[in-house]
Design a protein around this ligand. Structure first.
Ligand code: ADP
Ligand code: MG
Length: 341
């Protein structure tokens, strides 16, 4: 069975970097590995070999068994509609103006489309390990809630939003169309407005069964995956990390491990300057020593509060963007044990 490793956390904490590093480690250990990455920096994209090819998995030229692909979060409702509706219905849906409005008011559809891509790769049978750098929308939670939200939306929420109630039958649409307010709207927006809205809603509803089944399959993947939450020891990303402990158990497996990225070495807490060190360096050392102690305390409190194992990944002087640097990053990590890897 393919193992899914979902790397999540607040923006800017190192999700893309760490998911790449974990994929490199998996490939090195002999596993056919796909790194699904979101928005990698140019040099990291090059190192993964996804520089030009985008959504199609590409073999890494420098490391056997490592493949990379972009997880395109921009990939929108069009793909979802084409997958779950008959071809002619899908065509009508994607060219409907209401479809555009709904997509705009419902950004989770993009995360949902990305989760379908992830599921396709997990089910392809081609991989031992798929490492997913999850899209950052809504602090990263949206990727996990998008299947249920999309199912609800197509199953009735959008219909209630537009009609203020359940979807009326085709015949009563015309009775409703006779109401003065709507007659006026139709005069302004086109005489067939209501028919067009109704057609859109009926079309959309045909996707519900297929989409519900797919959403349920995606949620099963979430539940079987190893979910890793990345944070730094700063208050804002830590607060974001806490949200995953509240929300993930509802829709996915609870976080398996919290990774504190950009950590200072524990040994700095007790570092003492040798005699004769210039005063400005002594000052500097004291500051970093205090910072290392603060980080360690934050990690310990987090681990106790959430009863979770924590790992540390060191703060490197330079952005780790090539395969060698990614590998070194994890060699210097502590506590980074991932089940089945
Ligand atoms: N341990 C680290 N040491 C130094 N720089 C890091 C480390 N981890 C990540 N970075 C750098 O921090 C920036 C943000 O990392 P990135 O992986 O893009 O975060 P995210 O995907 O969570 O937004 C990048 O420039 C990356 O190279
Ligand atoms: Mg990223």
């Amino acid at each position: 069975m393919t193992k899914a490793i979902l790397v999540t956390g607040a923006g800017g904490v190192g999700k893309t970097t760490l998911s790449a590093a974990i994929a490199v480690r998996a490939a090195r250990s002999g596993k056919r590995t796909l790194a699904l990455t979101v928005d990698p920096a140019r040099r990291l994209a090059d190192a993964l070999g996804v520089g030009t090819l985008g959504a199609v998995p590409t073999a890494n030229p420098d490391l056997d068994l490592l493949w990379g692909a972009m997880l395109d979060a921009e990939h929108s409702w069009d793909a979802v509609a084409r997958r779950h509706a008959d071809p002619d219905v899908a065509e009508r849906l994607v060219s409907s103006e209401f479809f555009r409005v709904a997509a705009r008011h419902f950004p989770a559809s993009q995360s949902y489309a990305a989760s379908e891509r992830m599921a396709d790769h997990l089910e392809s049978g081609e991989w031992d390990v798929v490492v997913v750098d999850t899209p950052p929308a809504a602090g990263g939670i949206e990727f996990f809630t998008a299947p249920a939200e999309t199912r609800d939306l197509v199953g009735g929420r959008l219909i209630r939003w537009i009609t203020g109630g359940p979807l009326p039958g085709r015949r009563s649409i015309f009775r409703i169309a006779g109401r003065p307010a709507l007659r006026m709207a139709s005069t302004i927006l086109g005489s067939d407005l209501l028919e067009r809205v109704a057609e859109f809603l009926f079309d959309l509803r045909t996707t519900h069964d297929s989409l519900s089944r797919r959403a349920a399959a995606i949620e099963r993947h979430f539940k079987q995956a190893s979910t890793l939450v990345v944070t730094t020891s700063d208050p804002t990303p830590m607060r974001e990390a806490e949200r995953f402990f509240r929300y993930l158990p509802k829709v996915a497996s609870p976080p398996e491990l919290v990774i504190f990225n950009r950590s200072l070495p524990d040994s700095w807490r007790t570092a003492r300057p040798p005699a004769g060190t210039p005063p400005d360096l002594v000052d500097n050392l004291r500051r970093w020593s205090a910072e290392a102690a603060r980080q360690a305390l934050n990690r310990e409190e987090f681990a106790v509060r959430h009863e979770t194992p924590v790992a540390t990944v060191p703060w490197q002087p330079e952005s780790p963007t090539d395969l060698h640097a990614l590998e070194n990053l994890l060699t210097a990590a502590e506590g980074l044990e991932i089940q089945g890897l």
